[in-house]
Design a protein around this ligand. Structure first.
Ligand SMILES: O=C(O)c1ccc[n+]([C@@H]2O[C@H](COP(=O)([O-])O)[C@@H](O)[C@H]2O)c1
Ligand SMILES: Cc1cc2nc[nH]c2cc1C
Length: 349
């Protein structure tokens, strides 16, 4: 609880003066005003985040939070429950998508067991063993976790960012069968939007499964009286340990002036939780790809951040976020290396 409270005290808005200065520098380059579109926006945002005009991304860290969800007992996922553990190990062994993308794009990768039900017996150098609980409770019958468990998972996210402050930029993702149900429930409680616009098929749910998924979400949000409730109460009643940990990662990045790339649906819902805890956290977040889950439209509107990749992806793991690294890196290189017309004339004699 102490780390959570102390971190909230340290979160400040990004530096708008430096962002304005960055825009001025970009406007002077040899190009029509604003013609590099999103690349310019990214360079300006990152300048505001770090408070510097000479940003280089050398070290990139991708964090995946893995956890099981008790709500899967209700038949809300088509995926085998043991996949949370098996796919997590596949990621660590670099045979699942995210391990391969991180390898390809020179991104360091660490996985956090924040609540996997099974035990990972093998040794992995990049595994954080921070299990708070062996999967959450089924929220149909009781809150997914206690207040203390929820704060503990958030604090793990914060402390892992703080252990890795030698990195220039972070990204996150998750693995957890059933987590499109927990994230949809949070999104519903936070926004009160139409359930049909929020709830999707996740890993590939049947028609009858989808009806059940909407019903358990609606019933739980009403039962626990979550509309307009405090974000921690929403998170602990119907959320997941993976989402709590990612919310902590966003808070940790904001408190330490580090940019963080958001991934798809679940990672974006965790971003909304962090936004609700402190709206200034959004200054440090970079939305990347539009997941195919239907609720992404409402998330973008609520977060006020537009995605720039549309790859028809809905895997999770942070795959969309990691694909954005070359674009973000390019934005900073352009800002640093492009010249003004005067400089170009001088160079070319
Ligand atoms: O990130 C996304 O946008 C996304 C959309 C749909 C599914 N997923 C992944 O699929 C799993 C959850 O699906 P489900 O149907 O079990 O709730 C979980 O491991 C997520 O990483 C991820
Ligand atoms: C195979 C598989 C891989 C995943 N990676 C993230 N979520 C996943 C869900 C499934 C089912």
């Amino acid at each position: 609880m102490e780390l959570y409270k102390a971190t909230l005290k340290r979160i400040k808005p990004a530096n708008t003066e430096v962002a304005v200065e960055a825009k001025k520098i970009l406007d002077e380059k040899m190009k029509p005003l604003g013609s590099l579109g999103k690349l310019e926006e990214l360079a300006i945002q990152i300048s505001g985040i770090t408070g510097r005009l000479d940003n280089t991304i050398l070290k990139k860290l991708h964090l995946v939070a893995s956890a099981d969800n008790g709500i899967v007992e209700e038949g809300v996922s088509s995926c085998p429950i043991e996949y949370t553990k098996i796919v997590s190990e596949a990621m660590l062994s670099k045979v699942a998508a995210i391990g391969i993308l991180c390898d390809t794009l020179d991104v360091d990768f660490k996985l956090i067991d924040i609540g996997i039900a099974g035990e990972i017996d093998r040794k992995y150098p990049n595994l954080y063993r921070k299990n708070v609980k062996k999967g959450t409770n089924n929220f149909v019958y009781e809150p997914a976790m206690t207040y203390d468990e929820c704060i503990k998972a958030i604090e793990v996210g914060i402390s892992i960012v703080e252990e890795n402050l030698d990195y220039d930029i972070f990204s996150n993702g998750e693995m957890g069968i059933g987590n499109t149900t927990t994230s949809s429930a949070i999104l519903y409680a936070l926004t009160g939007e139409n359930l049909d616009l929020i709830v999707g098929r996740g890993g590939g749910l049947s028609d009858s499964g989808l009806v059940k998924k909407k019903k358990v979400i609606k019933d739980a949000v009403e039962k626990y009286n979550l509309f307009e409730n405090d974000p921690i109460e929403i998170l602990r009643c119907v959320g997941g340990l993976d989402i709590a940990c990612m919310a902590g990662i966003y808070l940790g990045c904001a408190a330490n002036s580090k940019p963080i790339l958001i991934d798809g649906f679940i990672s974006s819902v965790a971003a909304l939780v962090a936004q609700k805890i402190d709206p200034n956290t959004v200054d440090y977040m970079i939305a990347t790809h539009r997941s195919e889950e239907p609720g992404m439209v409402i998330i973008s509107k609520t977060l006020g951040r537009k995605t720039f990749l549309d790859m028809n992806m809905r895997l999770g793991e942070g795959t969309g976020a990691v694909l954005a690294y070359p674009i973000v890196t390019s934005a900073l290189e352009v800002m640093k290396r492009m010249k003004t017309p005067k400089e170009v004339y001088k160079i070319l004699g």
